[in-house]
Design a protein. Structure first.
Length: 212
């Protein structure tokens, strides 16, 4: 099963990708996590990406495409994967197709901008492994500590309200056209935000079973 999750920042892509990864036994490939690790390790890609990320802009397509295509060739991706945060532009979607990536389904997580702004204030991520939490909707077992690896949870720099607004604008302009793109290819499945994270996961599983 090869999936991608589309949605505004804070729509729940990372959370759902991690849950689906555990349930379907295929890796979640998060471009945001890959880039944050590159920034943290101060690699050449990290140095190029940092300013874009901090200001809420997209990292240039050519950087992202190479990283993702290389990652998908690794052995753990041979039975499928869940892309989280990729593609984010029509050009990236076309590049995936050119690289021979054929997605089975594209899940669009539909959440209003207003809900996003509220949600983002409670979001925290693990500074070591990148797992995501929410202070109300998905708190860690011990406050401020990652359940999976025990490292500290922090607020992402790009989750500050002004940057979230910029990221929403980028989403509407650059990423939303993918809804039509994948709809035309009959791959799109819409999931409107439910009351709980678990309900969203159940709905995604129901929808992807239809495309098997
Ligand atoms: P995310 O964790 O998915 O919200 O990504 C965080 C940031 O990483 C984004 O705001 C972008 O700056 C960058 N990024 C992640 N994925 C992509 C992508 N596919 N194309 C361009 N930039 C990306």
């Amino acid at each position: 099963m090869k999936l991608t999750l589309l949605g505004a920042p804070g729509a729940g892509k990372g959370t759902q990708a991690e849950r689906l990864s555990a349930l379907l036994h295929i890796p979640a490939v998060s471009t945001g996590n890959i880039l944050r690790a590159a920034v943290k390790n101060n690699t050449p890609i990290g140095q190029q990406a940092k300013a874009y990320m901090d200001s809420g802009k997209l990292v240039p397509d050519e950087i992202i495409i190479d990283i993702v295509v290389e990652r998908l060739l690794e052995p753990d991706c041979s039975n499928g994967y869940i892309l989280d945060g990729m593609p984010r532009t029509v050009l990236q979607a076309e590049a995936l197709e050119t690289a021979g990536v054929q997605l089975d389904a594209v899940i669009s997580l539909v959440v209003s901008d207003e809900t996003i702004m509220k949600r983002m204030s409670g979001r925290r991520v693990c500074e070591a492994c990148g797992s995501s939490y929410h202070m109300d909707a998905m708190p860690p077992k011990r406050q401020g500590i990652c359940d999976l690896c025990g490292a500290n949870l922090v607020r992402r720099q790009d989750d500050e309200p002004e940057t979230v607004k910029a990221r929403l604008a980028v989403y509407h302009q650059e990423t939303e056209p993918l809804i039509q793109y994948y709809s035309e290819r009959r791959l799109l499945k819409n999931v409107t935000a439910h009351a709980t994270i678990e309900e969203d996961t159940r709905e995604i599983l129901r929808l992807i079973r239809q495309s098997e």
